[in-house]
Every structure is written in structure tokens, then in C-alpha cells.
Write a protein that binds this ligand. Structure first.
Ligand code: UTP
Length: 295
């Protein structure tokens, strides 16, 4: 248990993104844009809004696209300045001014648990956040910020969860737990007893799916070091979490907000439509266009 502030946010972005081929052949899915922002930027903005000030990105192929995105682009900035496009200039500058980013290479896509383990040296002995950027969460209070409050109260690891009905549950890590009564998060907080990776519907211990936001205590690193490779020859984060449960409490938190699975084509399209409709400069025209479609 720990009550240290969570300063570091880890973004595993070294997966193969097979569901989005061929778009992800040469670039990570984290660079796919929703409207005009790569999905990883939504996640980075969420981490900053939750109080993190150090971003650690675990990259695989297509590393340069992510690095360039968060770096200064002198040529582009100079050109925008010369042409008097000051609004665009400030949009571009905001990205590189935003954060301190460190990159770690995961040489082989050996699973989410392995990707998280790559951050061990940079994270050190303090609690940290993990955000899977392809889960884009639209929420009044950023999801990670909601989770920070749970961590501040409990000092424990916190997993974001949401209810998923029917056979779709088999695509997720699923938690087995019981609601914590008498907490300021009444009805939304669960004490986790077990976690199961992608169970068959009949084996799922609940309908509480783990979503791509985690606050983890540093003890998870020792667990991941000792976790044998699991399904598909990958080091599964859920296997490491199951070991951690033998040592520490873990909580599941049903966050408020709408989550889009932007790593999936249909989820990505839905997110694009919803985010575009919310944009002041696009929304009215886009709504008008959609309403005229013969569906
Ligand atoms: P996914 O399970 O979504 O896998 O990874 P994927 O390879 O990215 O995508 P699909 O399913 O083939 O389309 C969950 C998260 O873990 C990261 C991914 O980048 C994604 O953010 N990841 C996964 C790694 O960083 N390394 C890995 O070895 C595996």
C-alpha cells in the first residue's frame, strides 16, 4: 500500500493492432485520429488533467510517428508563423509544450504485462497510471481523475471497470469481486477477489469488464517479473494482477463516462461520429449531413 501521489502515466503502444490492418501496418493504432487528434493525445490530455506530469510511452513499430507528434516541429511552426496561421500554430505548440515524455522500446510484442514491465526503471518505487489509448473515454470528470480519488482514499491499485452484457464479455479481462459498502464511492467501488482474462461467457465471474485505465502500485513489477507467459505466449497483465492480489488489495471502480473502443473499427467509427457532433465548428454541419443520409 502507498499513499504517494501518482505522477507517472504509462502508455503501452507497442501492440500489433491487427484489428485495424492495414492502417496499422506502418503506424501504431494510437496515431489513428478521431476527428483531428490522434487517439493517444486524448489519453495524454486525460493523464495531465488527472495530475500526472510524466508520460512514458512504450513503443514498438512506428515509434517515430508518436515521437514526432509530441516533439517540436520547427519547420511546421515556422511555416505557420510566416503564413499568419496563428491559431493553428498555437494548437501545434500546445502539444509539444504539454508534456515531458520518455520512450521505451518493447522489442517484441510480448503482451500488455510485458509492455508495462518495460516501464519499471522509469517508474521506480511509486504508484503509477497505465492508460490504453485505444479506450477513449468521454467523461465530465476525466476517468483517470475519478480513479485518483479512489487511490487517494485506499492507497491501493485501482482498475477501471464497466458492465458488459452477453458474449461480448469474452473480449475482456473480467473481475470477480464484491461491492464495497460504506465508501464515498457507494455502488461504484468493488473489492477485487480475482481477475480472469477473456473468459468464455459461461465461465465469466461477473459482467464487470476491465477497461484500459489502471492505477498500479509498484509491487506489480515484481509480480510481472515472476509471471509465466500465458495465453498466446504473451505476458498478461491480468496474470500479474492475480499474483498481486495475494499480497495487496485491488479495487475495481465503475467510472462515470462513456468509453469507446477505438481499437475496433466499429468502435472507432462511433467515437468519430460522437466526437465530431460535439465539436462547435463541425457539429451543426455534420448533424445536418447525417440527418440527410438515407439509412
Ligand atoms: P490489444 O489487446 O488491443 O492488442 O493491446 P493490439 O495488438 O494492440 O491490437 P489488436 O487486438 O491486435 O487489434 C492492448 C494494449 O496493449 C498494448 C497495445 O498497444 C494496446 O495499447 N500492447 C499490447 C503493447 O504495448 N505490447 C504488447 O505486446 C501487446
Amino acid at each position: 500500500m502507498t499513499n504517494k501521489r501518482v505522477r507517472k502515466a504509462v502508455f503501452p503502444a507497442a501492440g500489433l493492432g491487427t484489428r485495424f490492418l492495414p492502417a496499422t501496418k506502418a503506424q501504431p493504432k494510437e496515431m489513428l485520429p478521431i476527428v483531428d487528434k490522434p487517439i493517444i493525445q486524448y489519453g495524454v490530455e486525460e493523464a495531465l488533467a488527472a495530475g500526472c506530469d510524466q508520460i512514458i510511452i512504450i513503443t514498438g513499430r512506428g515509434k517515430t510517428a508518436i515521437e514526432d507528434h509530441f516533439d517540436v516541429s520547427y519547420e511546421l511552426e515556422k511555416m505557420l508563423e510566416e503564413r499568419g496561421k496563428l491559431e493553428l500554430l498555437s494548437v501545434v505548440r500546445q502539444i509539444s509544450d504539454m508534456i515531458h515524455v520518455a520512450y521505451v522500446r518493447q522489442k517484441e510484442a510480448m503482451g500488455l504485462g510485458h509492455a508495462v514491465l518495460m516501464a519499471r526503471e522509469l517508474v521506480g518505487d511509486e504508484p503509477f497510471a497505465v492508460l490504453l489509448a485505444d479506450d477513449v473515454i468521454d467523461a465530465e470528470v476525466p476517468c483517470l481523475k475519478q480513479m485518483m480519488e479512489v487511490h487517494a482514499q485506499t492507497g491501493a491499485s485501482v482498475l477501471a471497470t464497466q458492465r458488459v452484457s452477453g458474449a461480448a464479455i469474452s473480449a475482456y479481462g473480467v473481475l470477480d469481486g464484491f461491492p464495497v459498502r460504506e465508501s464515498p464511492f457507494s455502488g461504484r467501488l468493488y473489492e477485487v477477489k480475482n481477475v480472469v482474462e477473456k473468459p468464455k461467457l459461461e465461465d465469466a465471474p461477473s459482467d464487470l469488464a476491465i477497461i484500459g485505465r489502471y492505477i498500479l502500485t509498484p509491487a506489480v513489477f515484481d509480480m510481472l517479473e515472476r509471471t509465466p507467459l500465458g495465453a498466446g505466449g504473451e505476458l498478461q497483465l491480468t496474470d500479474g494482477l492475480r499474483m498481486l492480489l495475494q499480497k495487496e488489495k485491488i479495487y475495481g471502480f465503475q467510472f462515470e463516462g462513456k468509453r469507446h473502443d477505438a481499437g475496433d473499427k466499429l468502435g472507432f467509427l462511433k467515437a468519430t461520429v460522437e466526437f465530431a457532433l460535439k465539436r462547435a465548428e463541425l457539429g451543426p454541419q455534420f448533424r445536418d449531413y447525417l440527418s440527410r443520409l438515407k439509412l
